[in-house]
Design a protein around this ligand. Structure first.
Ligand code: NAD
Ligand code: DAU
Length: 365
């Protein structure tokens, strides 16, 4: 069996990928993760006796360490999930986004290139560097624009998306200049088990369940295209095993929803599963908008569907119910990730947003 290096495999999508890869016996996994606030070993508990999973705490920017891992484990493929991923954090403190998402990816590419160049020809042909990126690099759509395709020009608007765009360009350049067999994926918003409760969906589920205010930025009219995380993971597997080096692939759920609809849907499902006297929609609180808030993301994923035969298995109706049930059955996991640093973040991000009138005026950039 091959051994793949997964970076950021203790975070939300990376861990879901690692768990699926081991369950489906896609490969043995070396999992390199720095364990920032977003990384959690609790997520990987079920693999603690699995000899095909090796966890190593470390930074993708540590060239010595990455070189050692590639050689020691005879790695055949790299899947790079490691990143700072939260837009609001990038607005308040962008430094670590530049460091990990750009500089870290550059170091990883350098070490991967040197390793790959010294492999024998058959191993060189089989090697892949898959860079996991986002639809946010394309910027913001108006309500009538067609969805992003692989040829939509890059127009990132936040420090997060700018750092991801920079990394995508580096990956592209390593293929064009050195022929490193790279693949890049640009995916829409994910949701599902093990997502850190700073992101909209898990934050809403937990606040609604615990009868706390549900903060909605602006008027809740911003639109995201939601994809269940396991469907993202199977798309990555298709790209990794069937994709053409040098190509980029868009991945999306074809499931555009305004934020307010997402939040009210979660409230209704929770009212049904765990009824209470006051409907949970009364917890919705409109707060000051995110600066530079992108209005709409939508992904055209015809390329991966037609060229690689990928199809998502979940729609939003089935996926959101599964996700809500997962959180209610895994409150131990939730408590394990809500450290003091998490409470500090809530204060920092929401402390001075304040609750605005139910229908504030909002400017879209
Ligand atoms: P996450 O924040 O949940 O996890 C990121 C992981 O990377 C954490 O475990 C963290 O400890 C680790 N990490 C951070 N810096 C590191 C470093 N320097 N070295 C090693 N590990 C480091 O993120 P996620 O939501 O799982 O996203 C994973 C990837 O997918 C990111 O690259 C993100 O840009 C991309 N993506 C996310 C979404 C989404 O909706 N969440 C959608 C499209 C693309
Ligand atoms: O599109 C892919 C991207 O999706 C990924 O690249 C990012 O890593 C991931 O975090 C996500 O970015 P978003 O900014 O779209 O996700 P978030 O869950 O932070 O916000 C979703 C929408 O909900 C967005 O329009 C902002 C809004 N929102 C968010 C929070 C945290 C609120 O209204 N209230 C909130 O408290």
């Amino acid at each position: 069996m091959e051994t793949w290096l997964v970076t950021g495999g203790a975070g939300f999508i990376g861990a879901n990928f690692v768990l699926l890869a081991r369950q489906k016996q896609w490969a043995n996994i070396v999992n390199l993760d720095k364990l920032t606030y977003a990384g959690n070993l609790q997520t990987l508990q079920s693999l603690r006796h699995d000899r095909g999973h090796h966890f190593i705490q470390g930074d993708i920017g540590n060239r010595e360490l990455v070189k050692y891992i590639l050689e020691q484990f005879a790695v055949t493929k790299i899947i790079n999930f490691a990143a700072e991923s939260h837009v609001d954090r990038s607005i308040l403190a962008p430094d670590s986004f530049i460091q990990t998402n750009i500089v870290g990816t550059f170091h990883l590419l350098e070490v991967a290139k040197n390793y790959w160049q010294h492999l024998p020809p058959p191993a060189q042909a089989n090697f892949r560097f898959l860079h996991v990126s986002t639809d946010e690099v394309y910027g913001s759509l108006s309500l009538t624009d067609p969805p992003f395709t692989e040829t939509t020009p890059y127009a990132p608007n936040s420090p997060y998306s700018a750092s991801k765009a920079a990394a995508d360009h580096l990956v592209r350049s390593f293929h064009h200049t050195y022929q490193l067999p790279t693949l890049t994926t640009n995916c829409s918003n994910n949701y599902g088990p093990y997502q850190f409760p700073e992101k909209l969906i898990p934050l809403t589920i937990l606040n609604a369940y615990e009868n706390k205010p549900i903060p909605v930025y602006g008027k809740g009219e911003n639109i995201r295209d939601w994809l269940y995380v396991t469907d993202h993971c199977t798309a990555l597997y298709q790209v990794l095993t069937q994709g053409t080096p040098g190509e980029t692939y868009n991945i999306g759920g074809e499931s555009e929803k305004p934020n307010l609809e997402v939040v009210t849907t979660i409230c209704s499902i929770l009212d049904e599963i765990a009824p209470q006297a006051t409907p949970r929609q009364s917890l919705i609180t409109f707060v000051k908008d995110r600066p530079g808030h992108d209005l709409r993301y939508a992904i055209n994923c015809n390329k991966i569907k037609t060229q690689l035969g990928w199809q998502p298995q979940e729609n939003f109706t089935s996926g959101i119910r599964k996700t809500i049930e997962w959180y209610l059955h895994n409150l131990d996991w939730v408590n394990s990730v809500r450290s003091g640093a998490y409470r500090q973040w809530l204060q920092q991000n929401y402390g001075d947003r304040g609750a605005s009138e139910p229908r504030p005026t909002q400017k879209h950039l």
